[in-house]
Design a protein around this ligand. Structure first.
Ligand SMILES: Cc1ncc(COP(=O)(O)O)c(C=O)c1O
Length: 370
């Protein structure tokens, strides 16, 4: 392929042949609903991340909602980063709580714990740090804050399959670790989610709430919903899980190339991770400084597109800037979130890329500078 023909997309969402075969085998069997495949997927996922329990369900949003349904009371407050996907906060609202939007650290893009602590009130019940882009939060610092203020932790791990903190998988740290298997994610099934927990009582609650709070024969003891996964999705998930390490290692290689080749481009800030983190590179996000680079973020998107490179913006505005939340909670100012919303850019890093693709992306960013 000549370099002028190269196209590098932003995500790799192709299923492998054995994933397709596994899904088809379930479809042929006729046993589509939650069953043996889901059970095996849960057991294998729990073993992989080092959690005692894993409860599969219908989406990352459902996973978060289920976690909150186990303990949140009406009016309880939950500290969430504003710089994240909307489900981090809508799941709190769906369970009757109020998300309290906090700013993020300018370098890591992760929840700023000082800012979060300053927003704690007598109503604060939980904290939901997001391992954004696959970059793990400082687990010990979050746990210390939660312990000090008696908060539950609902880790939003939707983007962090395969990320580790001090060599332990982020899925191994309770109270709740919530995953998404949406197609853009590091591993996916279509639509799906998982909650990991170390608490057998919570495991039991999550299973109950996932299926209408039904304890058998139409006896509904708790308010629940239908948040089940199907065996078709679980069969795909099991296969994806078996190649997760390999997919993450390609992402890590690609991120290494991007880091090395772009570190000296004036006006492009490459992503930073704590030394204790093994980043899972769901996204590779840079900051674009128009004064030094010559183009602003949106102009760079256009210039890259002309060179066959797709890019994305995660996220153009914080949750506190979303009309749905301004209507409910009023205006608020969070400077880092707002500034990053204007300058953040996700470049391709996914496991479908070759080394040449990664080099091409880095060269394209260098050559677009004005
Ligand atoms: C940080 C974060 N939280 C929650 C979710 C919700 O996951 P799902 O789309 O599977 O409902 C996502 C997915 O995009 C996400 O990125």
């Amino acid at each position: 392929m000549s370099e002028s023909e190269r196209q590098v997309g932003i995500a790799s969402i192709k299923l492998s042949d054995d994933e397709i075969d596994a899904a088809v085998a379930v479809m042929r069997s006729g046993a589509l609903r939650q069953g043996k495949e889901c059970e095996s997927f849960e057991n294998e996922f729990a073993a992989k991340v080092g959690a005692r329990h894993a409860v599969c369900n219908s989406s990352g949003t459902a996973a978060l909602h289920l976690a909150y349904m186990t303990f949140l009371e009406p009016g309880d407050e939950v500290l969430v980063p504003s710089f994240t996907f909307i489900a981090t906060a809508t799941s709190v609202v769906a369970a009757g709580g109020k998300p309290i939007f906090c700013d993020v650290d300018p370098k890591s893009f992760l929840l700023d714990l000082k800012d979060a602590e300053s927003r704690i009130t007598e109503k604060t019940r939980a904290i939901s740090p997001v391992h954004l882009y696959g970059n793990a939060c400082n687990i010990e610092a979050v746990q210390a804050l939660a312990k000090k203020h008696d908060l539950k932790i609902v880790w939003d791990s939707a983007q962090a399959h395969g990320a580790t903190w001090r060599e332990a998988d982020v899925g191994s740290f309770g109270d709740f670790v919530c995953y998404s298997f949406y197609p853009s994610k590091n591993m996916f099934v279509g639509e799906g989610g998982m909650v990991c927990t170390d608490d057998p009582a919570m495991d039991e609650q999550l299973r109950l709430l996932r299926a209408h709070g039904d304890t058998g024969r139409y006896m509904h003891t708790r308010f629940g919903l239908n948040y089940r996964m199907t065996d078709v999705e679980a069969a795909i998930g099991r296969k994806q899980l078996s190649r997760l390490d390999q997919m993450i290692s390609v992402r890590r290689r690609n991120a290494g190339i991007l880091n090395e080749k772009m570190a000296d481009i004036a006006g492009i800030t490459i992503p930073a991770a704590n030394d204790s983190v093994s980043h899972a590179w769901h996204q590779y996000c840079v900051l674009v400084d128009k004064e030094r680079y010559g183009l602003d973020r949106d102009q760079l998107i256009e210039a890259l597109s002309a060179r066959g490179v797709s890019s994305g913006v995660h996220y153009p505005r914080g949750l506190h800037q979303q009309p749905v939340f301004i209507d409910r909670y009023g205006e608020q100012s969070l400077p880092v979130t707002e500034s990053h919303g204007r300058s953040v850019l996700a470049l391709p890093v996914h496991h479908g890329m070759s080394e040449q693709d990664a080099l091409y992306v880095a060269d394209a960013v260098r050559s677009c500078a004005a």
